[in-house]
Write a protein that binds this ligand. Structure first.
Ligand code: TRP
Length: 470
């Protein structure tokens, strides 16, 4: 049946606006901060390969499914899932999928905002020329001084949450659309510049080999889960962010083309970031597995030594803040849309309420880097022996909640929803494309997610098949 629903929140002005907004959501700290540091921690090439495979066979099909569900439901994920479940004649309880997404978004934004706060702080450090000519140790100590201080972290975290609330309060077209239009292109230019520096700095080959030469003995089952979780994280999948953006998408836009474009842009940004960072890591004898501080400790070496480093460094961190900003709004939008729909709140009130709650919860992350830096809540479990509260929150959301959310989105789209409805909403005239999507979402995604989960919990061991280390 053809869809005639409309969103009460308005819609994007065009397909391009949606591509920009969804790219803005996808491209963020995940690409520039998280991808390099987890790649460094998991040995490089093999990890990258698993991540790329997950983007192609899980990420793109799930993105199409999410956009489709959102556009068909035309409401917040909670209400869209309920409406679509009714339409398909199954239990309305599918709306809990929306709820778990709201919860995941809340958890993610709580730490995302703290890290974005680091980027904000670095804008001011870069402007004042703190890094010019600094050594690797000097730069590392600047980073530690920032993260050791709970008050400073809290201040930057507060500023970033306020910024997020302002844009969310202004709504779909007002704030969002305009920001991304120049952001994404500008980010590309700066990353290319950094890659140019990395190329000239001497260890480019080593950096590339680290990123692209797979050595499967360096990755274990947990590493595979993290690579898969990151595919969800970096594409903003599995919690309803893309679904709620899809609910503002004009009816005729092609979902397949759009999703592929977004995934390609997102992947390109991550790879460009990796290609800038690892050559600097190796050229300066740094540790690839340095953890969450990696980009804050490496890029400044580049900015500290290139001509115009103050300008470029400042610009880079400004762009990073923007990239984080356009992502953070999508993390909170499902909750805000629901508060407006079901609690009759104004967007302003809803944004403030959701923002303040997230801010409070974010203090857990603030303290993970200083007061609680030695606190290991799940230290008795091997893979979590060094994990702080922040690490656990990140693991729970990216590697468990998002893939599970994605799994149920997949199951709903092809096992519950009527074939005719998904075909109509995806509007794919090309029968082969539709069938390929269906096979991927029906079998490949669920099986892959389940295997990876079972493997990590140790219930089943498939590692031998891939030649993984354990
Ligand atoms: N994809 C964003 C990044 O890479 C983060 C993000 C925004 C996100 N919205 C999301 C992650 C929804 C998971 C789910 O920085």
């Amino acid at each position: 049946m053809t869809n005639t629903r409309k969103s009460i929140h308005g819609s994007w002005s065009s397909r391009l606006a949606f591509v920009l907004a969804a790219t803005g959501s996808a491209v963020g700290l995940g690409n520039i901060w998280k991808f390099p540091y987890i790649t460094g921690e998991h040995g490089g090439g093999a990890f990258v390969l698993v991540y790329l495979a997950c983007i192609a066979v899980i990420g793109i099909p799930i993105m199409m499914a999410e956009v489709m569900l959102g556009r068909r439901g035309r409401q917040s994920p909670i209400n869209s899932m309920r409406t679509l479940a009714e339409e398909a004649g199954v239990s309305r309880r599918w709306s809990w999928l929306g709820w778990s997404g709201v919860l995941a978004g809340f958890f993610i934004l709580s730490y995302y905002s703290v890290i974005a706060g680091w980027a904000l702080a670095y804008v001011f450090r870069a402007i004042s020329g703190t890094f010019t000519g600094a050594t690797a140790e000097g730069i590392a100590s600047i980073f530690e001084r920032l993260t050791d201080d709970p008050e400073r972290l809290m201040g930057w975290h507060t500023l970033f949450m306020v910024m997020t609330m302002i844009v969310v309060a202004r709504g779909v077209r007002g704030g969002l659309e305009r920001a991304v239009r120049f952001l994404v292109p500008a980010l590309f230019v700066l990353l290319l510049l950094l890659d140019g520096y990395a190329m000239a700095s001497g260890a480019f080959d080593q950096g590339l080999a680290f990123l692209f030469k797979p050595d499967f003995s360096k990755i274990d089952a947990n590493g595979v889960l993290i690579a898969m979780g990151h595919a969800f994280f970096t594409l903003s999948l599995g919690m309803g962010a893309i679904m709620v953006y899809g609910s503002y998408l004009p009816q005729r836009a092609s979902i397949a083309k759009t999703s592929i474009t977004i995934a390609l842009l997102d992947t390109l940004v991550a790879l460009l970031a990796g290609m800038a960072i690892f050559p600097i890591v190796f050229a300066n004898g740094l540790e690839p597995a340095a953890g969450p501080g990696l980009i804050f400790q490496t890029l400044h070496i580049a900015f500290g030594h290139m001509t115009g480093g103050v300008v470029f460094g400042t610009l880079f961190f400004v762009l990073l803040v923007f990239a984080a900003w356009t992502s953070s709004i999508s993390l909170i939008e499902p909750a805000v849309a629901w508060l407006v729909e079901n609690r009759g709140m104004s967007r302003v009130r809803a944004s403030v309420l959701a923002g303040v709650a997230t801010w409070l919860f974010g203090l857990l992350t603030v303290f993970s880097f200083n007061l609680w830096a030695q606190f290991r809540p799940l230290g008795f479990i091997d893979i979590f022996r060094n994990a702080t509260v922040f690490d656990l929150l990140d693991y729970l959301t990216a590697n468990i909640m998002l893939p599970l959310g994605g799994l149920f989105i997949a199951l709903f789209s092809v096992w519950v929803m009527k074939r005719g409805d998904s075909l109509d909403e995806l509007g794919m005239r090309d029968a082969f494309g539709y069938r390929l999507w269906r096979v991927l979402v029906r079998y490949v995604t669920p099986v892959a997610v389940i295997i990876v989960f079972l493997n990590v919990t140790g219930m089943v061991d498939f590692s031998g098949l891939l030649g993984l280390s354990g």
